[in-house]
Design a protein around this ligand. Structure first.
Ligand SMILES: *Cc1c(COP(=O)(O)O)cnc(C)c1O
Length: 377
């Protein structure tokens, strides 16, 4: 089997699982309990928070654990916008290429009556800083631009966007879910007010994420309940998943350079083999890209047919975001980059990861070329 869908999810790392198991079995306490079981569980949560904070250049009290990237995106956008509207700044600016987790939150705000504008991208899939500059006005309360896109791998000018937003008195949120495994995150240097993370994109457990909220930034909770997470995120903490998130991120950060170099070599081998065997395939996204994401248009094939045929031959690829795979809608990211509906509907994402070999990359390209010849209409 060839797994080329690391941008959709990654398997749980063995060392991370070892870290999690005792917290699911003998140390099963509720961290909010005052007895020894509870204290042991709280210790694990505190250690995980301290570790994760230190790895991303934040303070422990700036880290809030969530159920994943989607919850962190929703929290930042819905609650960031609501807090700012109270201060007379209801307008939201969000890039047109955000993950559906972020975009659908913005669409919900629109339905609630918030003015929302979508920032365009250039043909490389990168937000134009000049477009943000033009769109900023005193009533803009929240700006959201992701750190790197999950469909094309295009790294976004989030530092410049953060600076402009904050000069304007707007909150700046960046979704670093896809970027964090591959790009060093330094919250103190990034300049964002809020940053979203998800563990299962870096060999941690599914259903575990975090939102960094800069000290001094006040947003209401998305999920109310008990006093967990400084009263901002109710619900009994998923202790094992929280410990898993931090352990997985420590490993990802420690091995980042080495993994990136390896993944870049796999992508390069794939691309050169594909160029030789299937010159019609055209890459989407350019400029600074994450090392493993290769988005390609295979002219005149239906991407659903392409990935079904790849799957039959034992190779897992995707048509953009996994969450949208069951729908036939062409990718909003590729449309925003100027591709036609037909081109977007002929586009496929390969995303390579740390466990792929160079030989697998080459085999993937050969298979893609064969499948393309077989099914082109
Ligand atoms: C995967 C992903 C999400 C969603 O995270 P979940 O933990 O799966 O909810 C959000 N944003 C981006 C960029 C992603 O790649």
């Amino acid at each position: 089997m060839l797994y080329f869908d690391y941008a959709a999810t990654t398997p749980l790392d063995g060392e991370v699982l070892e870290k999690m198991l005792p917290l699911l079995k003998e140390n099963f306490g509720n961290p909010d309990s005052l007895h020894a079981y509870g204290r042991a569980a709280m210790r694990a949560v505190d250690e995980a928070r301290d570790l994760f904070a230190s790895l991303i250049g934040a303070k422990p009290e700036e880290i809030y654990f969530t159920s994943g990237g989607t919850e962190a995106d929703n929290w930042a956008i819905l609650c960031g916008a609501r807090a700012q509207a109270k201060a007379g700044k209801p307008r939201v600016l969000i890039s047109a290429i955000e993950h559906h987790a972020a975009l659908s939150a913005a669409e919900r705000l629109e339905k609630e009556g918030f003015p929302v504008a979508y920032l365009p991208v250039n043909e490389w899939g990168r937000v134009e800083v000049s477009a943000l500059k033009e769109a900023l006005s005193p009533d803009v309360g929240l700006v959201a631009v992701m750190a790197a896109n999950n469909e094309t791998g295009a790294v976004q000018p989030f530092r410049e966007c953060a600076r402009l937003a904050r000069e304007n008195g707007s909150l700046f949120f960046t979704d670093a879910v896809q970027a964090a495994p591959y790009m060093p995150v330094d919250a103190s240097d990034w300049g964002a007010d809020m940053i979203a993370f998800s563990a299962h994109k870096f060999f941690g457990p599914k259903g575990a994420g975090a939102l960094y909220i800069r000290r001094g930034v006040q947003i209401p909770p998305l999920i109310s309940g008990g006093e967990q997470e400084r009263g901002l995120r109710g619900g009994t903490r998923n202790v094992a998943a929280i410990a898993g998130l931090s352990a997985a991120y420590r490993k990802a950060a420690k091995e980042r350079e080495e993994n990136n170099a390896h993944i870049r070599a796999v992508s390069a081998a794939f691309l050169s083999e594909l160029a030789a065997r299937c010159p019609q395939a055209k890459r989407n996204g350019a400029g600074e890209l994450l090392p493993g994401i290769v988005n390609l248009t295979f002219p005149d094939v239906d991407n659903a047919a392409f990935l079904t045929a790849m799957d039959l031959h034992g190779a897992a690829v995707s048509a953009g975001a996994a969450c949208a795979a069951s729908s036939v809608r062409p990718s909003h990211v590729l449309l925003a980059m100027g591709l036609s509906e037909r081109e977007a509907g002929s586009s496929v994402r390969f995303s390579f990861g740390r466990d792929n070999t160079v030989e697998e990359g080459i085999a993937g390209a050969r298979l893609a070329a064969e499948v393309y010849e077989k099914i082109r209409r």
